[in-house]
Ligand binder design. Sequence first.
Ligand SMILES: NC(=O)c1ccc[n+]([C@@H]2O[C@H](COP(=O)([O-])OP(=O)(O)OC[C@H]3O[C@@H](n4cnc5c(N)ncnc54)[C@H](O)[C@@H]3O)[C@@H](O)[C@H]2O)c1
Length: 385
Amino acid sequence: MKQIGIIGSGAMGAGIAQVAATAGHKVIVYDNNQAALDKAKTNLESTLKKLVEKQKLTEQTASEILARTKYASNLQEFKNCGLIIEAIIENIDVKQKVFSELETIVSAECILASNTSSLSIASIAAACKKSNRVIGIHFFNPAPLMPLVEIIPAITTDESITIESKKIIDSWGKVTVLTKDTPGFIVNRVARSYYGESIRIYEEGMADFATIDWALKTYGGFKMGPFELMDFIGNDINYKVTESVWEQFFYEPRFKPSLTQKRLFEAKLFGRKSGRGYYNYTEGATMPSPNLNDELGKYIFNRVIAMLINEAVDSLYLQLATKEDLDLAMTKGVNYPKGLLKWSDELGLQNVLNTLEVMYELYGEDRYRPCVLMKMMVRDGKRFF
Ligand SMILES: NC(=O)c1ccc[n+]([C@@H]2O[C@H](COP(=O)([O-])OP(=O)(O)OC[C@H]3O[C@@H](n4cnc5c(N)ncnc54)[C@H](O)[C@@H]3O)[C@@H](O)[C@H]2O)c1
């Protein structure tokens, strides 16, 4: 089994290291901040201890995982790695510097992967002489619990590297989907409408946060409403992802961020972690009650699901991934109750198209234009599955 190197021992790096060591690999972890490295070590010990207490791991396995995980004080110790996954700060200059330094240390066969959420893999690979061995391997947070991993070859990546990377991550018990090197990959692109259209409905004064959350949970079966979810993720992270996807898509109106969330971000109302976001989480605060109006609830659901499906259909049309992988990504990466393409078959693509066409006509905004594939499929009476 290949030795796995992890660069960056923050939330993601530490989680990925745990997954790789649990799968039986020798793992070596590096961070340029000693405190972060120490914290990762202590956290892994306490996580494994809890898993033993819950009888999810034997004591023997836990101590083997710990013995397989080493912590390095410099990158030279990565010379025997077969796969290195970088999970450091989201900054292209810093990432490029690390990748070009790694190239001078590792063997020619070593795969170099980035866990970046928003940077292009092509831009990271460009820092390397052997850019054909650089790939995106994008885990979700928390890595040990979230099953999905997006595999993202850059324009320069060798096919053999893609196949090998997918094989390794599959062997870790993860669900892998293959996708193109485009902003937000699958999940962080397609999920934008869940937040964006919900905020838009709020901004238009149609419903408050609690009602929109209620509508999507009740009529859509989503585990969390969009506002609860944004507060859970953090409005700092969620806002920045939206802004980055919008900018990288050359200001595509479908991804346009909202001033509502920008103000929350500026006011440091990040959500649960700061005590207040769309909702107030301070002790003694009461949660607002939704307006349980059936007609309004259905309207909210139909509008948001139409926007989500439009994005999924557009992603298929632009060959971002296969229809199976697009649906898997949303169910395994963000726990949607159904894949969006399967969902559109159930709702009737004609109905989804009608919702979009009514909005496109009414608003006159490009944001609501239906994807050409949706129109063609309705014209030809086709389904996705
Ligand atoms: N947090 C998420 O939900 C999430 C999900 C998927 C992907 N990602 C991506 O994973 C990466 C890491 O995110 P995170 O949330 O774990 O961040 P984090 O801030 O928790 O951890 C980053 C770690 O990298 C270290 N670091 C910074 N510069 C370094 C360098 N030059 N060399 C070595 N170590 C360095 C920091 O000390 C820190 O410990 C980012 O690219 C992010 O976009 C994050």
